[in-house]
Ligand binder design. Structure first.
Ligand code: F6R
Length: 615
């Protein structure tokens, strides 16, 4: 949700900022801008559109010897995407320059107050209000930039990560964070600032992640000084070593990140269970669970909170926890949970699932659950993310960076982690027989190779995509463990191809959606052998009688559905609780190919952003 990047040091800032913006473009891409300062000349350029448009615009006019710069890629909140609303924004004097990720909720009253004191605004953004508030404080209180930022932020309600500099004081950038991520790469006499570490990974492996309500004054050649915004106390910077490498954040020969990430799933799943799943010994090692096993076993129930695809992984987990571990589970949209006054006590375990670890609603749900005494366990992909830090304990998915906006490997690796936890608890509770437990472990270990096999249907899936690419609506049906997969399949299609799609439990079809079925309607039915097969076959018959076009996702060697369906896509056989890890693969590929055939930008679908750090 907006990407920010900055540099101060001895190198030329422009290439670092522009390349950094390209890497952060997954966070928002409706406009982009850059400010470069060489100590004398300040150049600001911004435009509606992508970073590539910005690059074109600045090609002739950008100063190349600036050693200080900030850049922004925007996901609009206040004000439509246009050149004026794009960041950076200036203060009225033209001296202060800011980039901002987040929302200033009380911007309207602050704006009115500033207008009453003579300030004028060029844009509709909350950000321009903030930079003028900082300027106002700086002048009124006669303080330096850092102090002015601190005083101003104490008057602000909302979420932010910001980078600000003052052209009358070259060589310094002030940054601050509340609710939106901000990392600082520490180099030799140079600093890199970014919403995540990807823009500076080739320059340094050392990074400091600012915590909420912290700010820092960064000067080239000096140490980073971090302070609490509220009480001005100094904080010791905690320098982390980054695990990410450049290859992981590049496309590696694939046309799109989404396709690369779909094909990475065998390895991603392996990385997720590596060192945790010892199938031969019948052991699952997960320190976050081991250290808190009593909390899980004594819980009245598990409440899962998440959004979007992660919420779908939570639904799969509900089936597996209840089925195998016999623990009651409720799955909640974090955005509903946080505002509906839920009954949560210290007898509940809350599991928060998030790829980015930055989703604002999930973070707020965690805080609420903790405030009510619940033990909160996080399942996150991004190491060191806000959710990973806010939870009492957790398990990383180790999927590697997911850059395509449509979540793919995050989903399957989340299910892998949640399956490990469910099996571990099932064993600890004695809810599963030893032989069944071992059988599940062995099958889980085989999943990467079965995913590889499922991926070999890619060419066939492309042909199916070609047949249905003009569809205006699609229905996805599944039962049991594969009902959430139907939801996820529909979400994948709508978010990247803009074709309307709905996921339903197959049996619910006759309670309404069946009215939609005619010869124009493709219906994707997950009909694997172990998942209520006969019942799903009956549902297929019902669709066929109404002339719907059937695409069956079936177990290898299935002949029955083949006779009824217009197309079948096979996946290898596995245990039912693990089947979502396989059935989801063809649905990801189908969406991908349809979107590509329709000429859509699959990695950056319209209106979306990879991590939703505003509510
Ligand atoms: C869909 C998608 C979103 C995210 C949702 C939660 O493909 O990517 O629905 O799943 O925004 O994001 P995280 O998992 O980062 O909390």
């Amino acid at each position: 949700m907006c990407g920010i990047v900055g540099y101060i040091g001895h190198r030329e800032a422009y290439p670092i900022i522009i390349e950094g913006l390209k890497r952060l473009e997954y966070r928002g891409y409706d406009s982009a801008g850059i400010a470069l300062y060489d100590g004398t000349n300040l150049k600001v350029s911004k435009t509606k559109g992508k970073v590539a448009d910005l690059e074109q615009r600045v090609a002739d006019e950008i100063s190349t010897n600036a050693n200080l710069g900030i850049g922004h890629t925007r996901w609009a909140t206040h004000g439509i995407p246009n050149d004026l609303n794009a960041h950076p924004h200036y203060s009225n004097s033209g001296n202060l320059v800011i980039i901002h990720n987040g929302i200033i909720e009380n911007y309207d009253s602050l704006r009115k107050e500033l207008i009453s004191r003579g300030y004028t605004f060029k844009s509709e953004t909350d950000t321009e209000v903030l930079i003028n508030l900082i300027e106002d404080v700086k002048i009124k209180e006669d303080v330096k930039l850092g102090k002015a930022v601190q005083i101003a932020l104490n008057q602000v309600v909302g979420a932010y990560s910001i980078a600000v500099f003052d052209k009358t004081k070259p060589g310094e950038i002030v940054i601050a964070r509340l609710g939106s991520p901000l990392a600082v790469g520490i180099g030799e006499n140079e600093f890199f600032i970014a919403s995540d570490a990807s823009p500076f990974i080739e320059y340094t492996k050392n990074a400091v992640y600012l915590e909420d309500e912290e700010m820092a004054i960064i000067r080239a050649g000096k140490d980073i000084k971090i302070r609490k915004i509220k009480d001005d106390s100094l904080v010791d910077p905690y320098v982390q070593e980054l695990q990410m490498n450049l290859e992981q954040i590049e496309k590696g020969g694939y046309d799109h990140f989404m396709l690369k990430e779909i094909f990475e799933q065998p390895n991603a799943i392996k990385d997720t269970y590596r060192g945790r799943l010892l199938a031969k010994k019948g052991i699952i090692k997960m320190s976050g669970v081991d250290d808190n096993i009593e909390k899980f076993l004594n819980a009245n129930r598990i409440v899962i909170v998440a959004c979007g695809t992660s919420w779908h992984a939570g639904l799969v987990a509900e089936y597996i926890f209840e089925d195998l571990a016999r623990i009651p589970v409720e799955v909640e949209y974090a955005s509903e949970f946080r505002y509906r006054n839920p009954v949560i006590t210290n007898k509940d375990v809350v599991i928060a699932i998030s790829q980015s670890g930055e989703t604002a609603d999930t973070l707020a749900a965690i805080k609420l659950a903790k405030a009510n005494g619940a033990f909160v366990f996080g399942v996150c992909n991004v190491v060191g993310s806000s959710i990973a830090r806010e939870t009492n304990a957790g398990a990383y998915t180790h999927a590697g960076p997911e850059i395509g906006v449509a979540s793919t490997k995050a989903f399957t690796t989340q299910i892998t982690v949640l399956s490990l936890i469910a099996l571990k608890l099932a064993k600890a509770k004695g809810a599963i027989s030893n032989s069944d437990y071992r059988y599940h472990l062995q099958e889980l270990e085989l999943i990467p190779e079965k995913v590889t096999k499922a991926l070999t249907s890619d060419t066939h899936i492309k042909a199916v995509a070609d047949t249905y690419k003009e569809a205006r609506n699609c229905l996805y049906l599944g039962r049991g463990y594969n009902f959430p997969v139907a939801l996820e399949g529909a979400l994948k299609l709508k978010e990247i191809s803009y074709i309307h799609a709905e996921g339903y439990p197959a049996a619910e079809m006759k309670h309404g959606p069946i009215a939609l079925i005619d010869e124009q309607m493709p219906v994707i039915v997950i009909a694997t052998k172990k998942g209520h097969y006969d019942k799903v076959v009956s549902n297929i018959q019902e669709i066929k009688s109404r002339k719907g076009k059937i695409i069956g996702i079936v177990t290898e060697g299935d002949t029955h559905v083949k006779e009824l369906a217009d197309h079948v896509i096979e996946v290898p056989e596995t245990l039912e609780p693990l089947s979502p890890l396989l059935t989801t693969i063809p649905l990801q590929l189908l969406s991908y190919h349809i979107a590509v055939m329709l000429g859509k930008n699959v990695d950056q679908p319209r209106n979306l952003a990879k991590s939703v750090t505003v509510e």
